[in-house]
Design a protein around this ligand. Structure first.
Ligand SMILES: [Zn+2]
Length: 267
């Protein structure tokens, strides 16, 4: 039987309830999840690969190799003395994108802040487009990897670095990220900025920079603020980068190709 769930939050909630009730079955799921390869939300099929509390028997441990999921065999702990490690993984799902078949593993585990979700993609998948400079892609991929393991403050810092690298690639390569934004603003006022920037609201860059500064600079006054950084912030910032990178690096190429095609008919 396949259950269709259209919200990732609902999927996680149902799995946690199932885990807490001690049930462990191999029901398959279909749900919506970001696909790192398609770079947008796609329907995935999931199968539960780890259920309930798991333990690794001491005889199963091989310290010459890393502990793999294959060693989590579903045995329940009867006596703590029989087991030297009880994992903190509650639920594991193996999934694949129904559009491109890219694989993903999702793990729900206990942490100090309750249940957390780790999403491990087969492919890297920041919002970089095909003509985005590698250095910008690098920081966006780092943000993607950070967000997928719940390190949202780290993702925010990487997004700030991506803005810095983006500005440097467009000729604003002196000083701090703040200086680069000011230089761009000055050029916008003078009308000498790159075309993509002429309609840009530079407050957007400032917000991403400010969030990165707050996340990266230890400050007891701002500290609780960082706890608010979450998956929704990552998703929104990532979508914004996707839009921005398309406008800067892809749209001019598409426009030129169309123009060239039309020009052929000009006498
Ligand atoms: Zn896909």
């Amino acid at each position: 039987m396949s259950v269709q769930i259209d919200s990732l939050d609902s999927l996680v909630k149902i799995l946690i309830e199932r885990c807490n009730s001690g049930l462990n079955n191999d029901q398959s799921f279909s749900g919506l999840l970001h696909c790192a390869l398609c770079k947008n939300i796609q329907r995935h099929s999931f199968k539960q690969s780890i259920g309930s509390w798991q333990s690794i028997h001491k005889n199963q441990l091989d310290f010459s190799k890393s502990i793999s999921l294959a060693k989590l065999n579903g045995q329940k702990s009867k006596s703590i003395s029989d087991f030297i490690i009880e994992t903190f993984i509650d639920v594991g799902l193996r999934g694949n994108c129904l559009n491109c078949n890219a694989r993903v593993v999702m793990l729900i585990h206990r942490s100090q802040r309750g249940h957390s979700l780790l999403t491990l993609y087969e492919h890297g998948g920041g919002p970089g487009t095909s003509n985005t400079p590698e250095v910008v892609k690098y920081y966006l991929d780092q943000a993607f990897c950070s967000a997928n393991i719940g390190a949202h403050s780290a993702a925010v810092i990487m997004h700030r670095s991506a803005i810095d690298a983006l500005l440097a690639d467009n000729g604003y390569n002196k000083g701090t990220c703040g200086n680069k934004i000011t230089m761009l603003e000055n050029d916008i006022k003078k009308g000498t900025a790159p075309k993509w920037a002429l309609n840009l609201d530079t407050e957007l860059f400032k917000t991403i920079r400010n969030l990165g500064n707050d996340a990266g600079h230890p400050n007891p006054i701002n500290f609780p603020k960082q706890l608010e950084y979450d998956a929704k912030l990552y998703s929104a910032t990532s979508a914004l980068f996707r839009h921005l990178l398309d406008e800067i690096y892809e749209a001019p190429i598409r426009r030129k190709a169309l123009h060239d095609e039309i020009k052929k008919y000009e006498s």
